[in-house]
Write a protein that binds this ligand. Structure first.
Ligand SMILES: [Zn+2]
Length: 331
């Protein structure tokens, strides 16, 4: 054996392992702690009663009718999660997504019902047109082009109708230019001066959204979303997007997706010091679920690690389909 000579003396080095030897000691030096309070739970609301449709590509995630959404929201709050974000699947879709701003639209109904029930949960609404348009695009389309300014009016109408229904916060996800300014102005003009906006500020044109489109039934009939969502290759551009949204009046800024974009989350947090959200999207969820169901990874461990990583990167809040499962484990 080529053992080191007994007289050999080691160079000096730091003993990082000292604080890792016992769980209690590890807990004392732990820098990031995940709690249910970190989560926002996305819910998909559909017409009908007593409906719970499991989304095929997202096991454990359901399309819920309004009554079921109310039950779920109560449960979410009981687990210590402070907020839900609502997506609506309307009865009827058309060219301009007119059911998005119906007084009695699906999201508006759900907001009213949850706010009327005995829970103090924060109700956030997603503001976009892609769930409501027959072509599945996020705005008004002319040929193959999504018209920016024409779409802004409709987004403002949608956000306003959510506000009138009682939403605690609106979250524009469309990525049209100027939407935060226009929505802020519309809210203010109608007396909603204190209603905060969470902007999907740096939202990338990502392949990770696939399963969501099953859940929200919002797959575009033609083309894709690259004319408004960001190129995954860009990070300086993300800073400009975020800066614009802050200037236009966003109160919380979001990076989406989360896991593959942790560098963006960290940069945004360091640079702007704003309340920062990150959206762990459907594809991130589905991959962990599928590998877990196959026994290829330890599902619970990887789930919690993925969430911890997002928080460690600088997210103050995480939109995640794992909110319920993770909260049960963390309690
Ligand atoms: Zn959209």
């Amino acid at each position: 054996m080529n053992d080191v000579n007994e007289s050999f003396s080691f160079p000096s080095f730091t003993r990082m392992r000292r604080t890792r030897m016992k769980e209690a000691l590890r807990s004392m030096v732990r820098e990031t702690i995940l709690t249910p309070n970190d989560f926002i739970y996305p819910m998909f609301v559909v017409p009908g009663k007593k409906v719970r449709n499991e989304v095929a590509s997202m096991p454990g995630v359901f399309q819920l009718s309004v009554d079921e959404a109310v039950r779920e929201a109560r449960l979410v709050r009981k687990l210590g999660i402070p907020a839900v974000i609502l997506f609506g699947i309307p009865e009827h879709k058309d060219e301009i997504g007119s059911h998005a701003w119906l007084d009695n639209g699906i999201v508006q109904q759900a907001v009213r019902a949850i706010k009327k029930s005995d829970t103090d949960i924060v109700v956030i609404t997603d503001v976009c047109l892609c769930e409501y348009t027959s072509h599945g695009h996020c705005g008004i389309v002319n040929g193959n082009v999504i018209l920016n300014d024409e779409t802004l009016r409709l987004l403002a109408a949608e956000a306003l109708s959510h506000a009138f229904a009682g939403a605690d916060m609106v979250a524009p996800s469309d990525m049209m230019d100027g939407r935060i300014a226009v929505i802020r102005a519309a809210l203010d003009e109608n007396g909603f001066l204190d209603l905060p906006i969470m902007s999907y500020a740096a939202k990338y044109a990502s392949g990770y959204y696939g399963p969501f489109r099953d859940a929200a039934e919002s797959t575009p009939l033609f083309g894709d979303r690259r004319s408004h969502q960001m190129d995954p290759a860009n990070s300086d551009e993300a800073m400009r997007e975020v800066e614009n949204d802050i200037k236009e009046g966003a109160d919380i800024i979001m990076v989406k997706p989360a896991g593959p974009y942790l560098d963006i989350v960290r940069s945004v947090k360091d640079r702007f010091g704003m309340p920062t959200a990150a959206y762990q999207v459907s594809g991130e969820y589905a991959m962990i679920k599928a590998a877990g169901m196959n026994g290829w990874i330890d599902h619970d461990r990887v789930m919690l690690e993925s969430l911890l990583g997002i928080k460690r990167a600088g997210a103050d809040m995480i939109l995640t389909y794992f909110a319920l499962e993770a909260s049960r484990l963390l309690k």
